[in-house]
Structures are given as structure tokens and as C-alpha cells.
Design a protein around this ligand. Structure first.
Ligand SMILES: C[S@@+](CC[C@H](N)C(=O)[O-])C[C@H]1O[C@@H](n2cnc3c(N)ncnc32)[C@H](O)[C@@H]1O
Length: 259
């Protein structure tokens, strides 16, 4: 947690004022490394100077924002996990009603659209996917659902039918998939969580958070899920002591909300 160094504390407050993000909830070493690189790039020596700079220069604030929100994503990221989702998890989730899913930290939309495709193929009719992020720019892109060919490199040929190629060579997500996904702004570290969910998908987001913040987020997910609901995390992520916060492991990277 960034707190001891007064210059960093000042910068933390400035970043909070300008971007609404609390960098104190992100891993300190990683954050400081990134901030140092930004300081070098901006040719300023101290956090004080940098705090002043982002206050006065919206471009610098934007640059900082981009550094904090690492938007790397891809369709069907870790295909084996999507296979587990489709074959092992979803069949246990259906209770005859449409599923309510939350893709938290959805970046430019590859994750919620991949989920929508898998749900569609599993025969779920009227499922709803709430897709959220703190980066409004990626949310605009996600809403449009327009992708370059390179963005779709992980989409298997049989799933290319869910994308419509336009005259400009770009691909648009088919309406039959798009209509299930709603995008909105949400900060996992400061906003309230939705409830009565069947599944929360939060992958490659909390890796940047401090242990404290991470636990708070996982507890929030447990409360947001209905009993029996599923939490799906990223390939390098683990919920430590899952039972204490109301989860039981199902298969790697999937946890079930216990009664
Ligand atoms: C590396 S991307 C992961 C995207 C996708 N979940 C995946 O696994 O491919 C991380 C995303 O988390 C978002 N993010 C970072 N901090 C967040 C926060 N406090 N609340 C919500 N989203 C956040 C970033 O803006 C970014 O789009």
C-alpha cells in the first residue's frame, strides 16, 4: 500500500482527484516501477513535480491512466478454461432460468463476448452479461464490438460465424451475441456490487491489486453470487483460503459459492 512516503501520498491523492482511481490499492512495487518510468518519460525528478504536472496537464493524466489500466485481453483467453467452462461448469449452473453473469474488468469486450458465445452454444436462451471496467475508452470500443482481424486470432474458425466482416475489413460481433451483453462503468475498488448472480468472471484484474484489496474484492464477489454460483478467475490467480470467504474450489480457476 502506498502510504509512508509523503510525496507518494500526495501523488496518490492527486491521481484520485484526477482519475478517481486509488493507486494505493494496487501492488506497490509494480505501481512504483510504472510511476518511475512515467516520471523518466516526462523528465521530472520527483513525485511532487509529477503530481503538479498531472493536475495541470490532461494529457499527462491520460498517460497515467493508461499505465494503470492495462487493457491486454483476447478472445477465449486460455482456451482450456473456456472448455472447462462449457463442459464442466455450465451444465451444473442451469436451473431452468436465464443466467446472470458479470464480467468484471472486461477491457475491450473480448471476454464478455467470448462468454456470450459459449453461453449461446450451450443453449442458454436469454442470459444477461453485465460487462464492466474503469476505463471508459475501452468500454466505448467494447460497446461498438468492432475488431481488427488480428484481435480475432484466437477465435477458432467454427466461431468466426459470430462475427460479420464489413467492407472496411473489420469484424463486428453479430447482433445475436451482442444483445446479451451490457457494458457499463464500474470500479471494483470503490463501487457497490450487483447481486443474485450466477457467475462472476474476473480474470487478470486483481493481479494488480494489493492482497488486502484482492480479499475485499473476492468477499464482494461471494456476496454478489447466489449460493451455488461460480467465480471464474485468471490463469495466474488463486483465492487463498476460499472456504473462509464462502467459496469451495471446483476445478482449477473456478470456485463455487457455498450455502
Ligand atoms: C488485463 S485487463 C483483463 C481483461 C480481461 N478480463 C481478460 O482477462 O482478458 C484488466 C482490466 O481491468 C481493468 N481494471 C483495472 N482496475 C480496475 C478496477 N479497479 N475496477 C474495474 N476494472 C479495473 C482495466 O481497465 C483493464 O481493462
Amino acid at each position: 500500500m502506498i502510504s509512508q512516503d509523503p510525496a507518494l501520498s500526495l501523488l496518490r491523492r492527486r491521481v484520485m482527484d484526477v482519475t478517481g482511481i486509488d493507486i494505493g490499492c494496487y501492488k506497490q512495487q509494480q505501481m512504483e516501477r510504472r510511476l518511475r518510468a512515467l516520471l523518466d518519460r516526462s523528465r521530472v525528478e520527483s513525485y511532487y513535480e509529477y503530481a503538479k504536472m498531472i493536475e495541470n496537464d490532461p494529457e499527462k493524466a491520460r498517460e497515467l491512466w493508461d499505465f494503470i489500466t492495462i487493457n491486454v485481453t483476447e478472445f477465449f483467453r486460455n482456451p482450456d478454461r473456456y472448455r472447462d467452462l462449457q463442459e464442466k461448469i455450465l451444465p451444473t449452473l442451469y436451473a431452468g432460468k436465464p443466467l446472470n453473469v458479470w464480467s468484471a474488468g472486461c477491457a475491450h469486450g473480448a471476454e464478455p463476448y467470448s462468454l456470450a458465445i459459449v453461453l449461446h452454444e450451450t443453449g442458454a436462451a436469454a442470459h444477461r452479461i453485465l460487462a464492466t471496467d474503469i476505463d471508459r475508452r475501452v468500454l466505448d470500443r467494447a460497446r461498438a464490438g468492432v475488431y481488427e482481424e488480428n484481435d480475432l486470432k484466437n477465435v477458432p474458425p467454427e466461431r468466426m460465424r459470430y462475427f460479420v466482416k464489413g467492407d472496411n475489413g473489420k469484424y463486428v460481433v453479430a447482433d445475436s451475441i451482442k444483445k446479451h451483453v451490457a457494458f457499463t462503468y464500474h470500479d471494483l475498488l470503490s463501487d457497490g456490487y450487483p447481486g443474485d448472480l450466477d457467475m462472476v468472471v474476473c480474470r487478470n484484474v486483481v493481479i494488480y491489486f494489493t492482497e488486502e484489496a484482492k480479499e475485499r474484492v473476492f468477499r464482494g464477489f461471494a456476496a454478489a453470487l447466489r449460493p451455488g454460483g461460480i467465480l471464474f478467475v485468471g490463469e495466474t490467480e488463486t483465492v487463498f483460503n476460499p472456504r473462509i470467504i464462502g467459496f469451495e474450489p471446483v476445478t482449477p480457476f473456478f470456485y463455487r459459492r457455498v450455502q
